[in-house]
Design a protein around this ligand. Structure first.
Ligand SMILES: O=C(O)CCC(=O)/C=C/C=C(\O)C(=O)O
Ligand SMILES: [Fe+2]
Length: 312
C-alpha cells in the first residue's frame, strides 16, 4: 500500500468574497501543485476527513467522528449537491478495521454532508462523484469536544486499516486553520436557533440564502477590519504546520480545546481533520511533507493552507 496526504483549507466565501487577484493567484498555484501530486499519485481510494456546519450532524446526536458507507451533499454555498461516489465496500472494511482497533466509531449508512466535504472533492477532482471516497466526519465546531489524542488515535486506526486494503490511498483533510467565522453556537442561542441546531430541521431556500448572505457580509466586514471575531493567527497556524511537517504528531495530544479556541477561534477545531489525516499517513510509515503553502486571507475568514505529503 502507498499513501499520501493533501491538506486543504475550505471556505464558503471562495468565489463569493475573494481577496485581491495576487492572493488568488498564489492560492491557485498551490492548489495546482496539489492537483499535480494527486494526478501523479493516482489514488485508488480517497479517505476524506471533513467537518460539518449543522447540515448533517445536530445536537440531537452529535458524534465526535463518523464514517459513512453512503453520503450525499446538501449543496450549500454554491457547492455541488447530490450523492458522493462512496466506495461502500472499502468504507465497511475500514469501519470494521477501526472498530477492531478499539476506536468507538460511529457509522452512517446515509450521511448528509456540506461544503466541508464537497469543496475539496470539487477542487481536487472536479466533482463530488469522480473518485472512490470514504467520507469521515470529524466534529470541528460543536462543543463540547473531546481530547485531540482521540482524533490522532482515530487517524492512526484508519491508516492501519487502510494499509490492509493494498491500494493507493490518499488521505484528504478539509478545513482550518485558525478562523472564527459566524457559525451558530448552541450555548446562549435563542430558542428558534437552538431548536434548529438540535433537531436539524432543513432550512427553507430563503433561510439558507439569508444565512449564507450573513456569512458573506461577515467576510466583507472582516476584510474591512471591523469585526469582533478572533483574528487569524499565522503564528499558531505555522506552529501546527511545523509539527505536521516534522511528524511530531504526539505533541498535539497536549493541545487543549480551550487553548485552541483562544488561539485560533471557534472553527480552529477544524484542524482536527489535518491531525487525523497526517496520523493516518504516519500509520503507514515515514513521510515527507512535499509542499506547504500558507496565507492569512481575511476575505475568506481563513488561515488558509495547502500541503501535500507522501510516504518515503
Ligand atoms: O447559515 C450559517 O450560519 C452557516 C454558517 C457556515 O456554514 C459557515 C461556515 C464556515 C466555514 O466552513 C469555514 O470558514 O470553515
Ligand atoms: Fe468550515
Amino acid at each position: 500500500m502507498t499513501a499520501a496526504v493533501v491538506g486543504l483549507s475550505h471556505s464558503p466565501l471562495i468565489g463569493r468574497n475573494d481577496p485581491e487577484p495576487e492572493v488568488l493567484a498564489r492560492v491557485d498555484e498551490a492548489v495546482e501543485s496539489a492537483r499535480a501530486v494527486v494526478r501523479r499519485f493516482d489514488p485508488e481510494l480517497v479517505v476524506l476527513y471533513a467537518p460539518d456546519h449543522y447540515n448533517g450532524f445536530f445536537y440531537k446526536e452529535m458524534p465526535p467522528f463518523c464514517l459513512a458507507t453512503e453520503a450525499h451533499a446538501v449543496g450549500d454555498f454554491g457547492s455541488q449537491g447530490g450523492p458522493l461516489s462512496v466506495d461502500t465496500d472499502a468504507a465497511r472494511t475500514l469501519a470494521k478495521g477501526v472498530l477492531d482497533r478499539g476506536i468507538d466509531l460511529t457509522v452512517s449508512a446515509r450521511m448528509t454532508v456540506d461544503h466541508g466535504f464537497a469543496q475539496p472533492l470539487e477542487v481536487l477532482f472536479g466533482g463530488i462523484d469522480r473518485v472512490p471516497v470514504v467520507p469521515v466526519f470529524v466534529n470541528g465546531v460543536a462543543t463540547p469536544l473531546g481530547p485531540v489524542s482521540r482524533i490522532r488515535a482515530l487517524g492512526t486506526a484508519v491508516g492501519q486499516a487502510a494499509a490492509a486494503l493494498d491500494k493507493r490511498v490518499l488521505f484528504v483533510a478539509s478545513g482550518g486553520l485558525s478562523h472564527d467565522p459566524p457559525v451558530p453556537v448552541l450555548e446562549g442561542a435563542p430558542p428558534r436557533v437552538a431548536d434548529a441546531l438540535i433537531e436539524g430541521n432543513p432550512p427553507t431556500p430563503e433561510q439558507r440564502a439569508k444565512g449564507e448572505e450573513r456569512v458573506v457580509q461577515a467576510g466583507r466586514d472582516y476584510a474591512a477590519g471591523s469585526t469582533k471575531m478572533i483574528p487569524i493567527n499565522p503564528a499558531w497556524d505555522n506552529l501546527l504546520l511545523d509539527q505536521l511537517e516534522r511528524g511530531d504528531l504526539e505533541e498535539f495530544d497536549s493541545w487543549t480545546v480551550d487553548d485552541m479556541a483562544a488561539q485560533g477561534g471557534g472553527s480552529a477545531h477544524e484542524v482536527r481533520t489535518w491531525i487525523a489525516a497526517y496520523a493516518s499517513l504516519a500509520a503507514t510509515g515515514k513521510y515527507e511533507m512535499t509542499s506547504r503553502f500558507y496565507e492569512a486571507i481575511p476575505a475568506w475568514i481563513a488561515g488558509f493552507a495547502v500541503t501535500t505529503a507522501e510516504g518515503r
